[in-house]
Write a protein that binds this ligand. Structure first.
Ligand code: ADP
Ligand code: MG
Length: 395
């Protein structure tokens, strides 16, 4: 089901309440990474270009349901104003929607931009409280959600508000739906999913859902060792989820029944301890030393995975192949990212760590799409409902 976006509605003269993701990392009142603020600019500019008045709202950090100056959005207003090249009025109102906010919004003119205070200054936000949702909705004619990172949560600013005024998505969410949604609804084939990261248990839902759709399933990262163990190999001191060995066996059986090619590491990089400078060697996956742990896939595995990626028309990747935070154990993750970057097919990266790996390794512009929502993109890959999207108007 496609959702209406800001492209499908009349914005002229309207007050547009936009839920953005301004949950940026702060060091005191200094913003250390403004990626999320920059990401909101296309939607803001589109609304301004079409004659709308913009009221922005977001959460920031985890204030405990009451005002906490540490989590004020004031620094964001300043940064946004610089990036936009126009004034942004910060409605510095601890009630979020109080007297002063109402006054500020009442006197807005076409082209004005107002930013509300952190929605989590009100405990009703995370309770998805109807009264607070109504207060938010009363500020505007239309609601726009563009905070993909928050759509898996049913809060007042993501779901409640949308029950009182017309609700559509912004350009960021539109893009997520087009690529993530499009890929899963009508996948190009061969379709390969690459799953990695630390734990099988984090990704069971994703594996189960993707098993219904893929032609090839590549498993690397820490979770591969539970699968290798299920195959009967010894995995030394690697990450191992004993209670998921049976599940791994079932998943391998299921792959066979469904004719899915399930690829596991054939060689691994092992070390005695989990450390950036740990001496390491490459061994075959079926002869891992008892006192060592696998911290990356080996070069033969990288080649094997890269070959399958190269032959695919659609690749979705979630979860690093090794402990990529340590340079010595980042090679497998780099190899996979590189193979995707060189692919002619559609390439999609989802998940917090995988997305930052793709960006930090310099492959961002060569991917078809990098999803911006960590938890939300996983929920999407699990095929589960996203309340912040479901509530938006259908096309
Ligand atoms: P994402 O955020 O993309 O969904 P995850 O959070 O599931 O990814 O996994 C990322 C983490 O998995 C990284 O911190 C990485 O160091 C860790 N990891 C990957 N491979 C291993 C391994 N072999 N042993 C221990 N940790 C690993
Ligand atoms: Mg993660």
């Amino acid at each position: 089901m496609t959702k209406k976006s800001i492209r499908d509605i009349d914005l002229k003269g309207k007050k547009v309440l936009v839920r953005v993701d301004f949950n940026v990392p702060l060091d005191g009142d200094r913003i250390t990474d403004d990626t999320r603020i920059r990401a909101s600019l296309p939607t803001i500019r589109h609304i301004l270009d079409h004659g709308g008045k913009i009221i922005l709202m977001s959460h920031l950090g985890r204030p405990k349901g009451s005002p906490d100056p540490k989590y004020s959005l004031a620094p964001v207003a300043k940064e946004l104003s610089e990036l936009l090249g126009r004034a942004v009025l910060f409605a510095d109102d601890d009630k979020v929607v109080g007297e002063s906010t109402r006054n500020a919004v009442d006197s807005m003119k076409e082209g004005d931009v107002v930013l509300l205070q952190n929605t989590r200054f009100r405990k009703e936000e995370t309770d998805n409280d109807p009264a607070f949702s109504k207060e938010l909705a009363s500020l505007a004619d239309v609601f726009v959600n563009d905070a993909f990172g928050a759509v898996h949560r049913a809060h007042a600013s993501t779901v409640g508000v949308a029950t009182y005024i017309p609700a559509v998505c912004g350009l960021l969410i539109e893009k997520e739906l087009e690529f993530l949604g499009g890929a899963l609804d009508a996948p190009k084939r061969p379709f390969t999913a690459i799953l990695g990261g630390a734990k099988v248990s984090d990704k069971i839902g994703v594996i189960n859902n993707l098993m219904e759709k893929v032609d090839n399933l590549i498993i690397g990262g820490g979770m591969a060792y539970t699968f290798l163990k299920a195959k009967g190999y010894e995995v030394g001191t690697s990450l191992l989820e004993e209670d998921k060995i049976d599940l791994a066996k079932e998943l391998m059986e299921k792959a066979k029944d469904k004719n899915i090619d399930l690829l596991l590491p054939v060689d691994v990089v092992v070390a005695e301890k989990f450390a950036a400078d740990a001496p390491h060697t490459i061994v075959k996956a079926d002869v891992m030393p008892a006192d060592q742990m696998g911290l990356d896939i080996g070069p033969e595995t990288s080649d094997l995975f890269a070959k399958t990626i190269g032959e695919s028309q659609l690749v979705i990747w979630n979860g690093p192949m090794g402990v990529f935070e340590f340079e010595a154990f980042a090679k497998g993750t780099i190899a996979v990212a590189k193979a995707m970057a060189q692919s002619e097919g559609v390439t999609i990266v989802g998940g917090g760590d995988s997305a930052s790996a793709a960006v930090n390794l310099g492959f961002a512009d060569q991917m078809t799409h990098i999803s911006t929502g960590g938890g939300a993109s996983l929920t999407f890959l699990e095929g589960k409902a996203l309340p912040g999207i479901d509530i938006l108007e259908d096309k």
